[in-house]
Design a protein around this ligand. Structure first.
Ligand code: ADP
Ligand code: ADP
Length: 228
């Protein structure tokens, strides 16, 4: 398994009940996993823990069979090679698209950086948009720039937190299909959380249902969809 959660518990110090309880799941390299569940069920907390941004209070998180989080030990986010895309896009408003997408590539010499920026902009269908600014783009275009920025450093794992929820409903499902094709073309491994079932089935290979911190199912999308 590329990503493995074993009996994962996360308890915020200020809270009487754990935000995540006893979650087990495995995600294979190249697969897109989706967690569906209502607001407050622990999806964001779980993603942040996988990213290394939240300590865990029990169980383990493994990346490529290596323990990266357990109680009392959190390998820092910058050592995990993880990319993130959030619902509010969070593009830098004062930077053009090219600089936004190249943001995580500061370590590369300029010609290589420019080549990689052009590659990922092509992947998301925005070739030639590098001199435009975020406010000149539609919501769907901004979200594709955010995806390009996350893919640019070739992360091992991409985490997407409600990436389409600011978009209107028609665009949301279309973009979910599009993003699935982009992730497959990039051979990315991804874990996405959403409260929207249509979106989950449009994008996921494996789908889990979360409620009150617990994961109730974790199965491939086809067999969930065809279950009697
Ligand atoms: P989401 O449902 O997308 O997680 P929220 O509006 O619930 O968004 O949370 C927004 C931010 O506030 C998140 O960073 C979350 O971690 C934080 N947050 C949510 N609930 C609490 C809480 N009870 N106490 C402190 N911070 C919280
Ligand atoms: P979701 O992403 O599914 O909306 P969250 O992971 O944001 O759920 O929240 C799970 C639970 O943890 C909620 O009850 C929320 O209020 C609580 N919570 C989230 N962030 C914090 C925080 N920083 N401190 C305390 N409680 C939090």
């Amino acid at each position: 398994m590329f990503l493995e959660l074993r009996q994962l518990d996360i308890q915020y110090p200020a809270s009487p009940t754990p935000a995540v309880r006893g979650v087990n799941l495995g995600l294979r390299s190249g697969d897109i996993g989706v967690l569906i569940g209502p607001s407050g069920c622990g999806k964001t907390t779980l993603l942040r823990a996988v990213a290394g941004l939240e300590p865990i209070s029990g169980g383990q998180i493994l990346l490529s069979n290596r323990v990266v989080s357990e109680k009392g030990h959190t390998e820092p986010a910058e050592r995990r090679r993880i990319g993130m895309v959030f619902q509010d896009y969070a593009l830098f408003p004062h930077m053009d698209v090219g600089r936004n997408v190249g943001f995580g590539l500061a370590h590369l010499p300029k010609p290589e950086r420019q080549k990689r920026v052009a590659e990922v902009l092509e992947l998301v269908g925005l070739t030639g948009s590098d001199k435009r600014y975020p406010h000149e783009l539609s919501g769907g275009q901004q979200q594709r720039v955010a995806l390009a920025r996350a893919l640019a450093p070739k992360p091992d794992l991409l985490l997407l937190d409600e990436p389409f929820s600011n978009l209107d409903i028609d665009l949301r499902e279309r973009l979910a299909h599009e993003v699935r094709n982009i992730l497959k073309a990039a051979k990315a491994t991804a874990l996405l959380v959403t409260h929207d079932q249509l979106e989950a089935f449009a994008i996921g290979d494996v789908i889990g249902v979360m409620n009150e911190g617990q994961l109730h199912q974790w199965d491939d999308a086809y067999s969930l969809y065809h279950r009697p």
